[in-house]
Design a binder for this molecule. Sequence first.
Ligand code: ADE
Length: 229
Amino acid sequence: MLRFDVITIFPDLLGPYLAESILARAQEKGLLEVHVHDLRDYTTDRHKSVDDRPYGGGPGMVMMPGPIFTAVEDIEAKADVKPRIVLLTPQGRTFTQSLAAEFSNQPRLMLVCGRYEGFDERVRTGLAADEISIGDYVLTGGELPAAVIIAATARLLPGVLGHEDSARDDSFSLDGRLDHPQYTRPADFRGMKVPQVLLSGHHQAIEDWRRQHRLARTRERRPDILCRD
Ligand code: ADE
């Protein structure tokens, strides 16, 4: 069982995505729990402020440490194990399949979604938090990245995927090789034919064809992830 706590100023953004398909079933089966917390519930002023202007000047607003510390400490106080704390920001280290695997072995993860120009640095240092980015582009906030991390991590939990898919995942995960091309019926679609070898029933030839295409594709598109055969 893995429990996520997500801290955000837009708690309604995550609900619909988590309520569908594999993630919904994982929660029904008790393999995954996702608790979403509204950061504004942890503010102390009349305006429910979560951000303020940066010291030293400059554009934009910075997320204040106060409400985030209060939220994290409140959630931690009710937890039986200390959750690992992750801040979602474009300044973080890049999320990968191997980090998803590492996360899937944790009992609890706390995801703190950033907005505006980012977090007051004392959030990271004071909470001993990891900063994670989902890629080299800037979104309007950390809510989509939180959903990405939950989805990539949850499908690695034992029992979340069918047996077939989990086995597949071990040999074809992104850390090693891209997947080979896939085809389904019809065998001839508008004159575009499925490669003959895939219709041959010759298992060894099919496996060779697939391995060759995984390698060629990875070389061409993602030489950065290619390791030796
Ligand atoms: N917030 C804004 N952009 C982001 C990104 N690429 N990854 C994580 N959090 C973000």
